[in-house]
Design a protein around this ligand. Sequence first.
Ligand code: NAI
Length: 293
Amino acid sequence: MTISFEGKVAIVTGAGNGLGRQHALELARRGAKVVVNDLGGAVDGSGGSSKAAEAVVAEIRAFGGTAIANGGSVSDKAGAKSMVDDAVKHFGTVHILINNAGILRDKSFSNMTFDDFEAVINVHLLGAVYVTKYCWEIMKEQKYGRILMTTSGSGLFGNFGQTNYSAAKLGMVGFMNTLRLEGAKHNVYTNSLAPAALTRMTENLLPGEVAQGLAPELVTPGALFMVSDQAPNGVIIQAQGGSFGVAAILQNDKVSLGDHPTVEDVAANWERISDLSKVGTRTEKLVSQPPKK
Ligand code: NAI
């Protein structure tokens, strides 16, 4: 069965390069009308122009697709609003939002300034909050919305030199976890994508042999499934080089230490308390299933 996005209006943030560009192109190829947003700055977030977004719009129009460019910044509330306003003004509404825009300010925590920390939180986490907020009521009212957060293995598992980025990226998962509950009855589903791909953001981070085979377009099928009619709700998909899996936050059954547990009791029972070996069946329950049609 072909998965079509005919009749759908999508916003993809940071779609002038890398992963976002691929998501926007494929959504448009499959019939969506796309707002291609990109601030057009450098990897560290400096500078900006709408040229990157306009180039992707030109590519989409060249194959007969429908798209408009938006050069706003997700980390600026007026910029975030302008993307949603553009979608409504040109295409009538918004059904799909892919929060993809991102920057890096990598440094060990010892060397990281508050400015580096705040800049990364502002783009990834607050940027996603702003654009999602401006879409939220529209999606709820029309009883259809698909939102994707772009998280990262760095947030899920950590990565040296990326405290700011890890915090922002796992913050997006926390944001998703509650949006999925608040949106479910309105048919507004929120998921997360943890990608790995060779882009300008990672060209200096991924070793040559790892980078091979990590074309960003090999991530896009996972991203698009997560914003399709058949998407689950509240799931983290991992995607790289054409391989797909899920990640989940696990918990085990708590060990009761009686009415007056002491620190020593916790220490004495630590092996049982921290035993994650039996969480397999619970994990399945933690991963939401697609709703029954
Ligand atoms: P990229 O640098 O090629 O693309 C990011 C785009 O976001 C750029 O075009 C940039 O201009 C845009 N952008 C930055 N700040 C913006 C703002 N304030 N408003 C609007 N647009 C803005 O990088 P890539 O790799 O395609 O990254 C896309 C997303 O995937 C990011 O959120 C990144 O953190 C995430 N990611 C990427 C991984 C990878 O292996 N490439 C791994 C894990 C996560």
